[in-house]
Design a protein around this ligand. Structure first.
Ligand SMILES: Nc1ncnc2c1ncn2[C@@H]1O[C@H](COP(=O)(O)OP(=O)(O)OP(=O)(O)O)[C@@H](O)[C@H]1O
Ligand SMILES: [Mg+2]
Length: 327
């Protein structure tokens, strides 16, 4: 499915796989947490995907979720998980489950926050059973406060038979940077937690990818490494737009979907957000943006909501106009 072969990240992968072997052998020794941070496109999700594919023994249960909605709603991570799993055997009160699943028909009677948090932990324990399970929390920086609290509780939950893999952009990319920074610190401080920060790929890594695709990429690999800044996302995009052309195109083609940062002086947008913004300016729907950038609709929704916030726009049309005015 991935056109670009996976390179580098061997140390990180090895660490995760070894930690899983420990969890699988001693499930009741408590959860193990892996916190993976890195800038947009640095390969956090790819690493998680590779780790999931390489776990021995295979995980019996995988609970995976990310922020689902434009404006973060409580327990978004768990709601995403619940939408994918059979909940009929859970011994959790149906009205509480309806709340946690963001069911629009949930009874209007509210739970106290603490009670709801306990129910959420119970729900996850119910889904995991005896485990061992893998919990995947993608894009923690985009999650709502209740989800952040829940993930923190799970990372410290006694005897939870699970490996918890968390990805996050740096806190300054979040809606609430302080809350995300505190949560990352709490998670990294959980007993036995592993912290991994993904930096750019090395020049050798980039050379290795090019060598899989072109006969003699040696002479240009340094300049391609430089222009993509070792960011695997930019490299993948460049390779996709120049597919079928000669190696020279990799050096001469402009980086795709790139609005010069100098055109946007007042607002600090990530590379991915700039691309989404370009798509919005081209009048695309979220579904079309997702297809064009090969990311999930959920991820597009998260980018759009952060774009609206950062550009001070009240609608996607306004954000698109903002882009046009500044280009
Ligand atoms: N180690 C790698 N080797 C080869 N390609 C990679 C590697 N890491 C990532 N990629 C490719 O780069 C692109 C971006 O990777 P990915 O989506 O994992 O980044 P991310 O850090 O999760 O980004 P975001 O912050 O937007 O979620 C994908 O096309 C992925 O296949
Ligand atoms: Mg990702």
């Amino acid at each position: 499915m991935n056109a670009v072969p996976m390179v580098g990240r061997a140390r990180e992968l090895g660490e995760i796989v070894r930690r899983w072997a420990h969890v699988a052998k001693r499930p009741r020794s408590g959860p193990s947490t892996v916190v993976i941070t890195g800038n947009a496109g640095m390969g956090k999700s790819r690493l998680v995907g590779a780790a999931l594919a390489g776990l021995h023994p295979q995980a019996r249960t995988v609970l995976a979720g990310a922020a689902r909605l434009h404006s973060p709603a409580p327990y978004d991570w768990l709601a995403a998980v619940l939408s994918d799993h059979d909940t009929t055997r859970l011994t959790v009160p149906a009205d509480g489950l309806a709340w946690l699943a963001q069911d629009p028909h949930a009874p209007s009677e509210r739970y106290a926050p603490d009670a709801l948090l306990r129910l959420a932990v119970r729900t996850v324990r119910g889904l995991i059973g005896d485990g061992p399970a893998v919990l995947v929390v993608e894009d923690l920086h985009a999650l709502d406060p209740a989800s952040l609290n829940l993930i923190g509780e799970l990372a410290g939950a006694p005897r939870l038979p699970a490996l918890i893999m968390i990805t996050s952009r740096p806190p300054d990319a979040a809606v609430s940077p302080q809350l995300v920074a505190r949560t990352l610190a709490r998670l990294s401080g959980a007993p036995g937690a592993i912290r991994q920060h993904l930096g750019p790929l090395s020049q050798e890594d980039v050379g290795q990818i090019l060598a899989e695709l072109y006969p003699d990429p040696g002479p240009v690999s340094a300049s391609i490494w430089e222009r993509t800044q070792g960011n695997p996302y930019w490299l993948s995009e460049l390779l996709a737009t120049t597919a079928g052309q000669s190696l020279d195109a990799l050096v001469s083609e402009p980086l795709p979907g790139y609005l010069p940062l100098s055109a946007l002086p007042e607002v600090d947008l990530t590379a991915r957000e700039l691309e989404v913004l370009e798509c919005l300016a081209a009048g695309m729907s979220n579904k079309q943006v997702a297809k064009s950038l090969e990311i999930s609709i959920r991820t597009v929704a998260v980018h759009v909501s952060s774009l609206l916030r950062k550009t001070g726009s009240s609608s996607r049309t306004e954000a698109a106009l903002w882009a046009v005015r500044r280009s």
